[in-house]
Design a protein. Structure first.
Length: 242
């Protein structure tokens, strides 16, 4: 599965923050940007090329329906999900081929159903055998096998004869080499920052110069800073920047 790049559009800051927070609970969803107006929504859609736009209907100057009419004419048309406190806009929303319609205040169960609908549209673009084989990573220890989602992995590194996997909730050790894991995780957002380190780019929050051309990298939810070899800095920055 690949990351679902998402743009959140709402003229109210707290509404954007709430939806962004709720979306952060879904490992496959990456909020790549926010917009506070219809005009900004169009500009950021062109710049960021998101897979999905969560679009507020009631906005001044240019409302969500008017924005959607522009978005569907773009070369890369994103999936559109309308959000509003007024259900009477539903009929017009679906005439513009919106795939779903969320009512405010947001209901987490309804949002979960919306994400599942998005996944069914986005993920079929992967070859069936790839999706099946790479859906979860099997980690065996003490005769037991845990299955972890690649999206939950923060980073992994080689420590002597084992590879240590650091996730958002647990740590694991396996004997599979880092090189083999890297090849198996090609459909996901992993990048080698050092000969012995592989990080999940969706969790990168900051890149800071260190010394001799090397950098220190910070990941969301992790206090430890990771070292980025100068040989990998240029390619890393290209991957991270739009």
């Amino acid at each position: 599965m690949r990351t679902i790049r998402t743009l959140v559009v709402d003229d109210e800051r707290y509404a954007r923050e709430e939806l962004t927070y709720l979306l952060s609970k879904f490992p496959d969803v990456q909020v790549v940007g926010e917009a506070e107006s219809g005009e900004a929504a169009i500009l950021k859609t062109v710049q960021l090329m998101p897979d999905v736009v969560f679009l507020d209907v009631e906005m001044p100057k240019m409302n969500g329906v008017e924005v959607a009419k522009v978005l569907v004419e773009l070369k890369k048309v994103p999936l559109i999900i309308f959000a509003t406190a007024y259900p009477q806009f539903a009929a017009e929303a679906f005439r513009i081929n919106a795939i779903d319609y969320l009512l405010k205040p947001y209901d987490e169960e309804q949002l979960k159903q919306t994400i599942h609908r998005i996944e069914k549209i986005v993920y079929p673009s992967l070859p069936p055998d790839t999706a099946e084989k790479l859906g979860k990573l099997a980690v065996e220890a003490d005769g037991e096998i845990d299955y972890i989602l690649p999206q939950d992995i923060l980073y992994m590194y080689r420590d002597e004869k084992v590879t240590k996997i650091i996730t958002r909730t647990d740590n694991y050790e396996i004997r599979t080499t880092l090189k083999e894991l890297e090849s198996r995780l090609v459909p996901f957002s992993f990048f080698r920052i050092h000969k012995g380190y592989l990080v999940n780019l969706i969790y990168v929050s900051r890149l800071t110069p260190w010394f001799n051309g090397a950098y220190r990298l910070e990941l969301e939810g992790l206090d430890e800073k990771l070292s980025v070899s100068r040989n990998y800095v240029k390619n890393l920055r290209e991957r991270l920047e739009l």
